[in-house]
Design a protein around this ligand. Structure first.
Ligand code: AMP
Ligand code: MN
Length: 321
């Protein structure tokens, strides 16, 4: 029997469903958040009741997004759902360890754009597009659900952040066509980008300065890295929210091919990688137990920081030679 198209399967699952829990990856970025919120809006239009869950909540800077206030960080024990919709996550473990979606939902729908997606859903809709948001956009078109401005705002923020404002190679014709359609809902693009890019907390500028002051380089200056300890955060009154974008500033330095940020977080060390040209940092992250995209990847490791740094730098050097 011919395998049904995932879009058809999603349509039929949504038709039968009354409730769904929507979630994305821990430490959510704007694609995780925007695609989740747009998906929730889409479900509401289809009369499926959405619950939006994020184990880590969301960074302060994205709280202006329409429906952001509906995101919950704890799911009441007894709640059960017809569907779980997982966005922007290459593996089921990426949603965190506080809920068991297989137990609380009858069916899992996996919607993603990571090349290393593990196809963990009962239905897997995983494309090679710019963002999970672009996959949600394609789904909305397929389902003939008209976009409204709030949905468009969530999708727009997701797509501009995952493409670095249409700068990265994941920006395709389809990405611009999507942006044009979003624009037609009378989005205030300037207002949105101001809220994201010209709205830094003083603490985030101070922690950047502190981290940049301790920047280190490999002998050939192609790898640059720095670390943010809890002590540093406390010193300037910053939170992990205030680190959004720091890794991109390190990559932006002339001659740097790979940027690495190590940060202490509740006893674990979070490692973020960014690459500039032809280096695939997801391979390095994968070898260390994480994952991601060619030019943006990450892994969470057990401390202490010095050991993690040594191991990660050794793996990075090994990959580069
Ligand atoms: P970030 O540096 O947190 O913005 O993440 C960049 C990319 O790497 C995103 O696509 C993440 O989903 C992915 N990523 C980050 N951390 C991990 C991890 N621990 N395991 C797998 N993928 C990750
Ligand atoms: Mn994404």
């Amino acid at each position: 029997m011919k395998e049904l198209d995932p879009l058809k399967k999603i349509k039929s699952a949504l038709k039968k469903a009354k409730s769904a829990i929507i979630t994305a990856h821990i430490d959510p970025d704007a694609d995780a958040i925007g695609s989740s919120l747009a998906m929730a809006m889409l479900l509401k239009k289809l009369k499926v009741k959405p619950v939006i869950y994020s184990q880590d909540g969301i960074p302060k800077i994205y709280k202006f997004l329409p429906w952001a206030e509906k995101i919950i960080t704890r799911v009441p024990e007894k709640l059960r759902f017809d569907l779980a919709i997982v966005l922007d996550s290459s593996a089921l473990e990426r949603v965190g360890n506080k809920i068991d979606l297989k137990k609380i939902a009858k069916k899992i729908i996996n919607i993603d754009h990571h090349p290393d997606n593990k196809q963990f859903g009962d239905i897997n809709y995983c494309g090679q597009s710019s963002s999970a948001a672009e996959e949600v956009f394609k789904l909305a078109k397929y389902l003939k659900v008209p976009l409204d401005r709030d949905m468009a705002e969530n999708l727009y923020v997701a797509v501009i952040t995952d493409t670095g404002n249409f700068r990265y190679e994941n920006t395709k014709v389809s990405t611009f066509l999507m942006a044009a359609e979003l624009f037609k809902t009378k989005l205030n693009v300037h207002d949105i980008t101001t809220k994201i890019y010209d709205n830094k907390s003083l603490a985030s500028v101070k922690i950047s300065a502190l981290a940049m002051d301790q920047l280190q380089f490999s002998d050939d200056k192609k790898i640059a890295w720095t670390s943010v300890t809890e002590e540093m955060l406390n010193k300037v009154g910053a939170k992990s929210d205030d680190l959004v974008g720091l890794i991109d500033q390190i990559r932006a330095i002339e001659g740097v091919e790979v940027a690495i940020l190590f940060r202490e977080d509740k006893g674990k060390i979070k490692v973020n990688f960014r690459a500039k040209a032809n280096i695939n940092v997801s391979v390095i992250a994968n070898r260390l137990g994480g994952g991601g995209h060619h030019k943006a990847a990450g892994v969470i490791m057990d401390g202490p920081l010095v050991n993690v740094r040594e191991q990660v730098l050794a793996e990075t050097l090994k990959y580069l030679v």
